[in-house]
Design a protein around this ligand. Sequence first.
Ligand SMILES: NC(=O)c1ccc[n+]([C@@H]2O[C@H](COP(=O)([O-])OP(=O)(O)OC[C@H]3O[C@@H](n4cnc5c(N)ncnc54)[C@H](OP(=O)(O)O)[C@@H]3O)[C@@H](O)[C@H]2O)c1
Length: 346
Amino acid sequence: MLTELRLFFILPDIFYSRVPCYLYSLSGCQLTVVITSEFPMSIALIIPDRKLDDLCQQLQHALPDTRIEIWPELNEPADVEFAVVWKQPFGCLNGLVNLKAIQCFGAGVDAILADPTLPDLPVSRIVDPALTEAMVRYLDGVVSYYRLQLDVFSRQQQQALWRPKSPRKLRQLTILGLGELGSAAARHFTQRGYQVSGWARSAKSLPGVQCFAGDEQLSPAVAAADVIICLLPLTPATDNRLGQHFFQLLKPGAIFINVARGAIVDETALLLALQHGPLAAACLDVFRQEPLPADSPLWQQPALLITPHVSAVTNVSSVVSQIAENYRRSQQGLNLINPVNRVKGY
Ligand SMILES: NC(=O)c1ccc[n+]([C@@H]2O[C@H](COP(=O)([O-])OP(=O)(O)OC[C@H]3O[C@@H](n4cnc5c(N)ncnc54)[C@H](OP(=O)(O)O)[C@@H]3O)[C@@H](O)[C@H]2O)c1
C-alpha cells in the first residue's frame, strides 16, 4: 500500500532556497512536497547481484530528503555524494565526481580496496552487534559439532555403522585476528570454559585470553591449539598466509575453521593437511572462488565441512542507522564511524 509520496519541485534559486516545505495528509498517505532549487544530492547503492528494495526503502525512510539510487540506474552520476558498496565492478566509482565517502555494506573491505582505481576517499565498514552475534553463534555451533563428533557420526551413518564415541576433548582454542569479531569470539569461548589464545598484528590485552602478536609469535599462538579459528581480514599481508608452513605448526588432530576470507588459506595445502595430517577436520565458510566450483576437490574431502558463506550476513534493518549516520557525517565533513585504515587494508 502507498504510505508516502514525495514530490520534488525544482525551481530556480531566485524563487526558493533548498528547503523541504509542506506536509499534506491524503487519506492516510503522507504527501511531502519539497520545493528546491536543485535535485537533492544522492546516495548510490552499488551492490551488484542483490535485491536492494529493502535497503533502498529503509535508507529512504532514515534519510527522507535524500535521493537513494540503485547503480547502474543513476539519474545523474555527478549528484552522487555517498556510495554504499559491495563487490563493485572496478572503476565504477570513478564517474562519481562529487563522491565524498564510500560505505562498505559488510565488515570486510578487501573487495572494495582491491579496485586499483578506487578514489582516494574515506572508507567505512559495518560493525554491528547483530553481525557479531551471528558469527559467534555460528562458531559456537561448529565447535560443538566437532566436540560431539558429529562429523564422525555423519560419516558413520553413510556406512550404516553403529559406533558410539565420547565427545572430543577440545580445550585449547586459538583465534587468528582479535578485532571486532575475533575478540567477541575470544570472550565467548573464554566464558564457555575454553583456554583461549589469540593472535593479532599488535599486542593486545583481553581478560582470560593469552594474546600473541606479530609473525614471530604465530607458532606459539597455535602450537597447542585443538581448534584454530581464522578471523583475519584479507590484506596483502594475509593473502595466502595460511599455507603449508602454517599447517605444519599445528598439533596432530587439530581442527581448523575459516570464517574470514578464502584467499587467506592455501586450499591445496589445507587438503594435504587433511589427507596427511596434522588436521583431523576443517570447516570452511569462505573460499578463494565463490560459489565454490562444482569440480573443486574440496567438495570430495570427507573431513571437510563446507558452508556457503553464511556465518554472518549483513542484516539490513540493523545497519541502516549507521549508514545514514555516515552519510550525515560525510555531508558535514566529519569523520566517519567504523573507519577503514586504507594503508593497513582493514
Ligand atoms: N564469513 C562471513 O560471513 C564474514 C562476516 C563478517 C566478516 N568476515 C571477515 O572477518 C574479518 C574480520 O572481521 P573483524 O570485524 O573482526 O576485523 P577487524 O576488526 O578489522 O580485526 C582484524 C584483526 O585481524 C588482525 N590482523 C590484521 N592483519 C594481521 C596480520 N597481518 N597478522 C596478524 N593479525 C592481523 C588485526 O590486528 P590488530 O588488532 O593488531 O590491528 C585485528 O585484530 C573481516 O575482514 C571479514 O573479511 C566474514
